[in-house]
Design a protein around this ligand. Structure first.
Ligand SMILES: Nc1ncnc2c1ncn2[C@@H]1O[C@H](COP(=O)(O)OP(=O)(O)OP(=O)(O)O)[C@@H](O)[C@H]1O
Ligand SMILES: [Mg+2]
Length: 145
């Protein structure tokens, strides 16, 4: 795994738990849907994204990726690309990750990595919107749509 951080990201980027769950979902996917020897590049920079979302984090791998037909559907609930249909997963990991990131004023997208596999880009505001960070499903309203 290669890690590259440029500058400091700043405090209060987003709710720590939500960000952690998002990264766990992305790394679990690499563990479950790519071969063992797959390499991973993680980078984060403040000031790379647009003015509303200056913090950009990228996770890239050199695994098999998914077909161009499947790429636009990765964040849909219960969607699994062909090669994963017989795996243990439910197809909810990326849908939940997108809800968590959007609840914190950010966005997440998937594309083809320059290393041959998949690339996920998280764009985040410097500060999470008011109310973000309340634990989902525990009586808080609007934390996760
Ligand atoms: N890094 C990756 N390389 C190749 N395919 C991937 C990668 N990440 C996700 N995918 C594909 O995207 C699909 C959707 O991912 P998602 O995390 O939503 O569901 P899942 O991993 O199958 O199940 P769950 O996360 O609910 O256990 C996966 O089934 C897999 O086909
Ligand atoms: Mg998953």
């Amino acid at each position: 795994m290669s890690l590259s951080l440029s500058g400091t990201l700043g405090a209060g980027v987003a709710d720590q738990d939500a960000l952690q769950r998002t990264f766990v979902a992305l790394f679990e996917n690499i563990a479950h849907h790519t071969p063992l020897q797959t390499r991973v590049w993680l980078s984060a920079a403040n000031g790379e994204g647009d003015s509303a979302h200056p913090i950009e984090m990228r996770i890239e791998d050199d695994g098999p990726g998914v077909s161009s037909d499947n790429l636009p559907h990765l964040f849909e609930r219960f969607f699994q690309a062909d090669a994963s249909r017989h795996s243990m997963g439910t197809g909810l990991g990326l849908a939940i990750a997108r809800s968590l990131v959007e609840a914190h004023g950010g966005s997440i997208s998937a594309g083809r990595s320059r290393h041959g596999g998949l690339e996920f880009v998280l764009s985040l505001p410097r500060e999470a919107p008011a109310g973000a960070g309340a634990e989902a499903g525990e009586g808080s309203e609007g934390a996760v749509p």
